[in-house]
Ligand binder design. Structure first.
Ligand code: HEM
Length: 277
């Protein structure tokens, strides 16, 4: 059984920051799919969508005498028999069986209280994560239908709670797209610490995981209103980002961006810097 502490400590970092384990990332489809299940994988034509009550879903826990092994996420029910080693009795994630525990997919709180369906109050990026899990289930398991409750009413219509959750997730996608753009303009620096040298930061054509044809120089980037800064690589030639007319500008790339500061004691145009203090 995966311990709550271990999961809570690492899953937020793994899931929210990097978007989940590589095996899941590899499976995850494009972003648009998050909001519309792919054709063919969702509802098999021959199996009409079912509407299940919470009590009915609760029977599908894969034990002897139980009708099967189901789980729900944001009110969508999946047959996870294929993954019985995870969800079946004795499996590391058996607590997900027979219920909708949407919230726990991002909190990693697998206690009875934590295994809740209510996602209200989750951040936009956390909601994107819940949606990623939904895509994962659509892709890897058999879609059964809707759970009558928080997210779908007795007629299978989306509730206000689902609409709100979708809006939060959409805001999260926009936030993600924006930070991807920012990362292209200001890719993170490489950094290392050794007891002899201390912290050294440097730029390369792949630093921050951003492939580019320029290296850049390290600078401190301050977000408006934030006290902390992070080390980013800044382009030193060509027009500033967003300005298409090179002739009107000095050939200094983004060096004059006001949110940037030089590292004290380092050459302004060196690709590396040893941090003082
Ligand atoms: C928010 C925290 C976490 C959640 C919600 C979560 C959820 C899940 C789920 C639902 C599966 C089954 C996927 C499937 O149907 O194929 C799974 C598999 C797995 N998880 Fe987690 N997990 C979390 C944290 C972690 C952490 C922290 C680790 C490792 C330290 C981990 C390691 C694994 C591994 C190795 C598998 C695959 C097991 C196998 O294929 O036998 N998980 N996880």
């Amino acid at each position: 059984m995966l311990g709550y502490l271990a999961a809570a400590a690492t899953c937020l970092a793994a899931v929210v920051l990097v978007g989940w384990d590589p095996w899941l990332l590899a499976d995850l489809p494009g972003v648009s799919y998050l909001f519309s299940p792919p054709e063919g994988t969702a509802t098999p034509k021959e199996a009409p969508e079912r509407l299940l009550s919470i009590t009915e879903l609760g029977r599908y826990i894969g034990t002897e005498g139980s009708p099967g092994l189901y789980l729900a996420l944001l009110g969508e029910v999946f047959d996870v028999q294929r993954g019985h080693k995870h969800y079946g009795p004795g499996g590391s994630y058996s607590f997900f069986a027979g219920r909708d525990a949407s919230r726990a997919y991002v909190t990693g709180d697998f206690t009875e209280t934590g295994l809740a369906d209510d996602v209200s109050g989750l951040s936009p990026l956390e909601m994107v994560n819940v949606k990623n899990w939904l895509s994962f289930y659509h892709k890897n398991y058999v879609y059964i239908g809707k759970l009558i409750g928080r997210y779908y009413d007795e007629s299978g219509r989306a509730t206000e709670a689902l609409k709100v959750a979708d809006e939060v997730a959409e805001a999260g996608l926009k936030q993600q797209a924006k930070s991807e753009e920012e990362k292209k303009q200001f890719p993170p620096c490489n950094s290392e610490w050794t007891s002899s040298t201390g912290t050294r930061v440097w730029c390369s054509k792949q630093s921050g995981g951003v492939e580019r044809d320029w290296v850049g120089v390290p600078r401190k980037l301050y977000k408006p209103g934030a006290k902390n800064h992070r080390c980013v690589c800044v382009r030193t030639t060509g027009p500033p980002t967003g300005h298409l007319e090179p002739a009107e500008h000095s050939d200094r790339g983004d060096l004059d961006e006001p949110t940037l500061q030089e590292y004290e004691g380092c050459h302004a145009l060196y690709e590396w810097c040893v941090l003082k203090g």
